[in-house]
Design a binder for this molecule. Structure first.
Ligand SMILES: [Zn+2]
Ligand SMILES: [Zn+2]
Ligand SMILES: [Zn+2]
Length: 157
């Protein structure tokens, strides 16, 4: 099981953003995908914190820098970032969070703090395997898997 490095209060978040962008640049280069300035900026905005951000919040930030920015600009950039595993959608919040192990294809599970909004990701393959077994029994085809837990993070308890 992979757990992301400390996403707690005191850490050098610039390093998180820097790593995320470096990974994105590297992955896109390897895959022949174009990480345009716009997509890169949206990735940075998603990585503004370890909380999930809503598309309109990203748009607000972007519009401050680029007055012409419109919702499709943001949605298209998010689609691209999700397709490359750089960003995950947190369904229960209808919001987005950056992924810090985008290099490996994975099904992510999320722990969401209802106190401070911190979202932490784990990648526990046995959960996906259990879902696959259950689906097989039912003859069900899983298109999308969402495993999200709500509660309180360590700091908010
Ligand atoms: Zn950070
Ligand atoms: Zn992830
Ligand atoms: Zn919290």
């Amino acid at each position: 099981m992979k757990i992301e490095p400390s996403a707690t209060r005191s850490h050098d978040h610039n390093a998180c953003v820097h790593d995320a962008v470096a990974t994105a640049v590297d992955l896109c280069e390897k895959r022949g995908a174009r990480l345009t300035a716009q997509r890169r900026r949206v990735l940075e905005l998603v990585w503004g914190s370890h909380r999930a951000v809503k598309a309109y919040e990203i748009l607000d930030d972007l519009a401050r820098e680029q007055p012409g920015a419109r919702p499709p600009t943001v949605y298209r950039a998010l689609e691209f970032l999700m397709a490359h595993g750089l960003v995950h959608r947190v369904d229960s919040l209808n919001a987005f969070v950056g992924c810090n192990h985008a290099r490996d294809r994975h099904e992510a599970q999320f722990f969401i703090c209802d106190g401070c909004g911190l979202v932490r990701e784990i990648d526990e393959p046995s959960i996906g395997q259990a879902v696959t077994r259950g689906a097989k029994k039912l003859g069900f085809r899983v298109d999308r898997q969402t495993v999200e837990m709500h509660g309180r993070c360590e700091a908010c308890q």
